[in-house]
Design a protein around this ligand. Structure first.
Ligand code: GAL
Length: 989
């Protein structure tokens, strides 16, 4: 159903709310955006496909969903970087448990479209399933289908076939737009079924384009954006749309392009990737000029960062940019980085905040753009092996706070506060009077200082390069906090009890004062805490991190409802999970993850993960009497704090023993090098023109692989000629991404290998790509008359991204020219790349190696006649050698083991390997480049209870001996629990 403009306005319910989509535009518009006080109170239930209509409006503070303020605390993950749909649920549940209320996803055009007019949304590409899973998990979705996404993905998301089409991408060019429309029609057909506005799912916001700064202020740019806007609206998408500005430049703010007269349906968003050494920028409320809105560039819309760096991508090793591995990203952008930058963002009025990446995943197969290798771990809070890292702590604490304590959704800048050694942001909620102080230490030493607050001077310590948030006057259920030096993490009502959690660094002392007009009855449930009642104030001191939670129960007083105060350090706080069920709110403490909770009568049913031995404690509605953990009833007792607690411990996850790999079989290939290889079925490379931005050299045929329909992985050329007299050198010009290479043979004899040089820091790289010419002396070899064959294999890596809107995805890949010194023979060129795309694994699974074309990577391939070999290997050969083995795993169904494949060898050896697991291309290992040695094998593709087939396609140079050396399975993580994993189809042959 396409919505007409009129229905769109009406649907948005703008009249009733006085803001929101399609709100009263025109001259009256400003008042429609006036900030208003909206109902506060407990957090609304997590979103679901509830069948109800919803409105999504906003003012300059925050989104207003059904009229209530919502702070969007979102994390980015890419379904295409986790090719096992069952595991989407695992990651989403981890995000939800750790405080996120939204997930932001790119949808990559090239992943779904193997050819013009062909679209695939099935299997690992099942967008509908992803959106359903997100809704079932209770997360909003921010959908970002491009058409251009960047994302360190091949062509920035543009399909390979688009490189061979007419028209300039990312402009209003009609040919380009016709392809774009086809894509958006496909995506929107699915998206429409999951709109939150219509109660069909949880899509809350929708992004068009990404970091589009190529044609700002030009008609083609405006027309392009306008076209996308109208197309998406025309397809029935009625949630607010937005764009992600590359930095806060004010590009594509409301009214900067034609939206068909629709007002209020467009948000301004911008991104930021500050380096850890940078002082966190003030992009909003505290920015220069004293902003009123969340982002100065658009004062009427809320502060929105569709991407804020939560880590950073890592380049290939062995060059000036020298990838160091993702442990380094995680170290430099650690939990303190997050606190320091994200708290600055919040202080600046950013109430829509998406952390790119929260789970990075794997750029498997030929997905990665040339700038990155296979792992896209990103140093994110959840690592590539799906393990929750220490970086989750600030996300967890802030996320739960923002969802459960509505005061943070509407903060104004308040009186300036200064404290020695730290930068202070002071804000206040005009409705509740809550004061918020963010104290940031940009120095290299810890600072202990007196922070002057409206509740007096508070002595605090802020570690080096860190920040902390304090509040005064915060309502805690029926009571009010005077101040606390520990950060509030959440406040909720469970049964007949209010519970407030405060968190901080290990060994911090929480100093908290509660306003109590009447003397309360205080019970110290853990010995570490101390309290005193003075005047009308209750003072509580609790050290953090002394072996878990510290509990203090405050009863009687002005209210009969007790208030339970819980104090936790970071490691403890991440094991505290609030969970709303239709029968009431639960607070669960103990396990490493709570996936799901539900009440069945007096029984609390919980599912989740345990890593280390733990007790389990649950606060919940009155009448709860027993606990069932992962389907098993566990004995409990009732505690003085009103919780149900296990009498024993949930055991830690058992060991997981992995088999050693052995029984390898080997076979060499590269028959294409031979003079008598039959290439008659190969395409003739005889085109004379191309849509590539790489010029076709004068007098040469087009040799660019994309022009012949070969878009991914290796490509072969065979040039046949007879008139060879006088030739003494062949020079082959070629273009690849980083780490590409070329190998050549003449009449079956190796001429050599040329590796694409990595430019040094000061080299200007033409159009962001890499090109080189390999020259081989051939005089000696061409003495014999008759037919000669030059065979060339190009590992061309991937297409460039098109970040600057210069069509750089159309830079040629493969050979670009072949020149002969001494003569000019007539050469007939034939070209062969990847075979027809694998219908299940998709177009980016394979390139054009002989073994791939013949299915040697597939599990069903019969390798019995291959030669039995043992690792390590040491062979000298130019060409491709395959190794295959099988291995059996028997991981119990209730254990989630995350497993990788590790390859190691003498780094001098010049070879690389593509890793195929059950036919799926899990990535490229380059022994002499690195830095990646371990490749994640996602469960689902990996049969954790069954037999697996591993195939390595090793491409080796003649310059050194080549391996594989040591190849083994590595355990990356384990937990008792997990989520059921359906096998990913892995057809053989
Ligand atoms: C952003 C871009 C993303 C990604 C990121 C770096 O600028 O929007 O797509 O490329 O940088 O990881």
């Amino acid at each position: 159903m396409a919505l007409s403009r009129r229905t769109f306005s009406a649907l948005a319910g703008s009249a009733a709310l006085g803001f929101a989509l399609g709100g009263s535009g025109g001259p009256g518009a400003p008042s429609a955006y006036a900030a208003r006080s909206v109902p506060t109170g407990p957090a609304p239930a997590p979103p679901s496909a509830d069948g109800e209509r919803h409105t999504i409006g906003y003012d300059h503070y925050s989104l207003l969903v059904d009229g209530r303020r919502l702070v969007v605390w979102s994390g980015e993950m890419h379904p295409f970087r986790l090719p096992s749909p069952s595991l989407w649920r695992d990651v989403l549940q981890k995000m939800r448990a750790h405080g996120y209320n939204a997930v932001s996803i790119y949808v990559s055009w090239n992943y779904h479209s193997p050819a013009p007019g062909q679209y695939d949304f099935s299997g690992v590409r099942d967008l509908d399933l992803f959106l359903r899973t997100a809704a079932e998990t209770g997360l909003y979705v921010i959908l970002r289908p491009g058409p251009y996404i960047n994302a360190e993905i091949d062509g920035g998301g543009f399909p390979g076939w688009l490189t061979a089409t007419k028209g300039t991408a990312r402009t209003a060019d009609p040919t380009y737009l016709s392809h774009v429309d086809e894509w958006l029609t496909q995506v929107n057909r699915i998206a429409r079924r999951h709109l939150f506005t219509q109660g069909k799912g949880t899509i809350l916001l929708y992004q068009i384009e990404n970091e589009y700064d190529a044609h700002v202020g030009e008609p083609t740019g405006r027309d392009y954006m306008s076209h996308l806007y109208k197309k998406v609206r025309g397809d029935g998408i009625d949630v607010p749309l937005f764009h992600n500005d590359k930095g806060r430049n004010g590009h594509w703010v409301p009214d900067s392009f034609d939206t068909d007269g629709e007002k209020g349906g467009w948000l301004y968003g911008f991104d930021g990737y500050p380096s850890p050494s940078q002082t966190p920028p003030d992009w909003g409320t505290f920015g220069p000029g004293g902003a009123t809105g969340g982002s100065t560039a658009s004062p009427r819309t809320p502060g929105f960062m569709p991407e804020f760096g939560g880590g950073w991508f890592d380049p290939w090793g062995g060059s000036w940019f020298d990838g160091k591995g993702y442990a380094e990203s995680r170290r430099t952008r650690d939990a303190a980085y997050e606190r320091r930058f994200y708290l600055t963002n919040l202080a600046n009025g950013i109430t829509l905040h998406n952390v790119y990446m929260t789970f990075g995943g794997t750029s498997w197969g030929w997905l990665p753009a040339p700038v990155v290798y296979t792992s896209y771990d990103y140093g994110a809070a959840i690592d590539e092996g799906r393990n929750v890292t220490e970086k989750i702590a600030p996300m967890h604490q802030l996320g739960h706070l923002l969802q459960r304590v509505p005061d943070f959704a509407r903060l104004d800048r308040a009186a300036e506060v200064k404290a020695e050694g730290v930068k202070v942001y002071h804000l206040a909620n005009p409705d509740t009077g809550t004061q918020v102080y963010v104290a940031r230490n940009d120095g290299t030493e810890p600072v202990t200082t007196d922070l002057p607050t409206d509740a007096g001077n508070l002595r605090i310590t802020v570690p080096a390069h860190d920040a902390r948030m304090l509040t005064t006057g915060l309502p805690l259920g029926k009571r009010t906090l005077k101040y606390s030096t520990a950060q509030p993490m959440l406040c909720l009502t469970a049964g007949r009890q209010d519970i407030a959690v405060f968190a901080g660094r290990r060994d911090d002392m929480a100093d908290l004062v509660l306003k109590c007009p009447e003397e309360p009855f205080v019970t110290r449930l853990d010995p570490e805490a101390a309290w005193a009642f003075e005047g009308d104030e209750l003072h509580v001191n609790a050290p953090l991190g002394q072996g878990g939670l510290t509990r203090v129960l405050v009863a009687k007083g002005e209210s009969e409802i007790p208030l339970l105060l819980l104090f936790a350090d970071d490691a403890t706080a991440v094991r505290i999970f609030p969970y709303d069920t239709p029968s009431g709110t639960l607070l669960v403490y103990g396990p490493s993850l709570l996936r799901h909770a539900e009440l069945r009568g007096s029984e609390v049913h919980l599912t989740g993960d345990v890593i280390g031995e733990t007790s389990l404690e649950v606060w919940g509605p009155r009448g709860i009497a027993s606990l069932v953990w992962n389907g098993r009833k566990v004995p409990t007792r009732v505690t003085l704090s009103g919780s149900l607690m296990t009498t024993g411990m949930l055991p830690s996850v058992p060991e997981v023993v992995l088999p050693r790999l052995g029984r390898w079989r080997m076979r060499t290939e590269t028959p294409e090098a031979g003079p008598n290889f039959d290439d008659s079925s190969w395409k003739k490379a005889d085109k004379t023109s191309s849509y590539s931005v790489t010029p076709v050299p004068d007098g040469q045929p087009v040799l660019f692989a994309d022009d012949y329909g070969f878009h991914y992985g290796d490509v072969w050329y065979r040039g046949t000629f007879t008139d060879s007299s006088g030739i003494d050198e062949v020079s082959l010009a070629y273009t690849t991404g980083t780490q590409g290479l070329l190998m050549a043979w003449l009449d079956g004899e190796p001429l050599g290998t040329h590796r694409m040089p990595v430019p040094d820091k000061n080299t200007t790289v033409r159009q962001g790509s890499w090109d080189a010419t390999a020259a081989f002396p051939v005089g000696e070899k061409l003495r014999s008359p008759g037919r000669h064959v030059l065979s060339v294999l190009v590992r061309r890596m991937q297409h460039d991204q098109d970040g600057k809107g210069l069509d750089t995805h159309k830079v040629a890949r493969g050979l670009t020219a072949a020149l002969f010194k001494g003569a000019a023979p007539e050469v007939t060129w034939r070209i062969q790349g990847e075979a027809a795309p694998d219908p299940v694994r998709g177009p980016q699974n394979n390139g054009g190696l002989y073994g791939e074309r013949e299915g040697w990577h597939l599990p069903g391939f019969r390798d019995r006649d291959w030669k039995a070999v043992t690792f390590p290997r040491a062979e000298r050969r130019q060409g491709v050698t395959w190794y295959r083995t099988t291995f059996r795993l028997s991981v119990p169904a209730d254990i989630d083991a995350s497993i990788g494949l590790t390859l190691e060898d003498d780094p001098y050896r010049a070879y690389r390997a593509q890793i195929f697991l059950n036919g799926w291309n899990m990535g490229q290992y380059i022994n002499n480049v690195g830095p990646q040695h371990t490749f994640v094998l996602p469960n689902g593709i990996l049969r954790t209870r069954g037999t697996n087939t591993l195939a390595l396609a090793v491409l080796s140079e003649f310059t050194s001996q080549s391996g594989p050396g040591n190849v083994q399975l590595t355990l990356l993580g384990r937990a008792a629990g997990g989520t059921p994993v359906a096998p990913v189809p892995s057809p053989g042959r």
